[in-house]
Ligand binder design. Structure first.
Ligand code: SF4
Ligand code: ZN
Ligand code: ZN
Length: 322
């Protein structure tokens, strides 16, 4: 199999793009897909300060690498969820990646905030992944706003986006459908959120991280078996096998024809949490209610700034030479 671009020996076959690429051309392909996503959706410019949400997984680390390569001003935030086995590994991988690539990294620890996920899981009745996801979204957003970032970038890939879209469609969840897309504009209390990897599939980001020599977390979250999105991912993967290119068409088609329809129906008007001031559809936001339930301190802003819970490690000075 030959590289579609340079005719060298191909390393990655991409039936959905009717192409195959050698390692070098594949990197270029990924770079172009991200450049196109950023350009088409006006995600960010060189003027922006971009915070990258770094989980320690292949997607977010590849995203940080690509954004840095493309010349954007980035810094990373890793949230240490306090899950034995998984969290220490994810944190070590993130720290070592940022150190290697000269990316400033902050680590926010959930345990000292009284929100370690082991304890949270013992107290809540809802599925842990929904509470964990809500908590991460809350702190990434707050951290970006409190520290002067203009954009929050996450490593959601095409499979994440299409599985979420399918799940939302199957439930006809109009509020979520109105909000789904590669860019969520800034509004009071919300930083702009972007998903520059949305055109790349999980297979493509896995190959990218492999070619970049990114170490992948070898200790998956022990609670991930309860997550529902893998079911939808498997259904879509089967469809993609039979009809290459279908996932991207599905998602792009939604952005072109569907999203505006749901957005036009209007969203639930947001007010602001009486405890922390974050946007919420209820009087007290979900994270403040969780903090109350866990007996955790309520002063979110103070807690975020406290050196006891937030260690900002500017490791750019210790970057190794590539
Ligand atoms: S699998 Fe669920 S609990 Fe584990 S890190 Fe992901 S969202 Fe959190
Ligand atoms: Zn090539
Ligand atoms: Zn709140």
């Amino acid at each position: 199999m030959k590289c579609t671009r340079c005719r060298a020996e191909a390393a990655v076959a991409l039936p959905s793009h009717h192409s195959a690429f050698c390692p070098e051309c594949f990197l270029l392909f990924c770079r172009r897909m991200v450049e196109r996503a950023i350009h088409d959706h006006a995600m960010c410019t060189s003027e922006d300060r971009v915070l990258v949400a770094l989980s320690g997984g292949k997607d977010s680390l590849s995203l940080a690498w690509l954004l840095k390569e493309l010349g954007y001003t980035i810094a990373g935030l890793h949230i240490d969820l306090g899950i034995p086995g998984a969290s220490p590994v994810a944190r070590r991988i993130t720290e070592s990646f940022c150190s290697r690539h000269g990316i400033p990294l902050s680590v926010l620890e959930m345990e000292p905030l009284g929100l370690g996920m082991v304890e949270v899981r013992q107290r809540i009745r809802r599925p842990i992944c929904s509470v964990c996801g809500q908590t991460k979204r809350y702190f990434f957003n707050r951290f970006a706003l409190d520290n002067g970032f203009t954009v929050l970038a996450t490593g959601h890939n095409l499979d994440d986006e299409t599985s979420r879209l399918l799940a939302n469609l199957l439930r006809w969840d109009t509020a979520f459908l109105a909000d789904q897309g590669p860019v969520l504009s800034a509004q009071e209390g919300f930083v702009r959120k972007i998903k520059p990897l949305y055109r790349l599939s999980e297979f493509e980001t896995a190959n990218l991280s492999f070619l970049l020599g990114i170490e992948t977390a070898s200790a998956p979250c022990p609670y991930s078996a309860k997550a529902t999105f893998p079911v939808y991912k498997a259904l879509l993967a089967d469809l993609e096998d039979r009809q290459p290119g279908r996932k991207l068409q599905f998602y792009e088609g939604f952005l072109k024809h569907g999203r505006q329809h749901f957005a036009a129906q209007g969203k639930t008007p947001l007010s602001f949490c009486r405890r922390c001031g974050s946007p919420t559809s209820t009087e007290i936001c979900g994270v403040c209610r969780l903090r109350e339930m866990m007996g955790a301190p309520a002063e979110v802003m103070i807690a975020i700034s406290s050196p006891a819970v937030l260690r900002t490690q500017d490791v750019s000075g210790s970057a190794e030479k590539e």
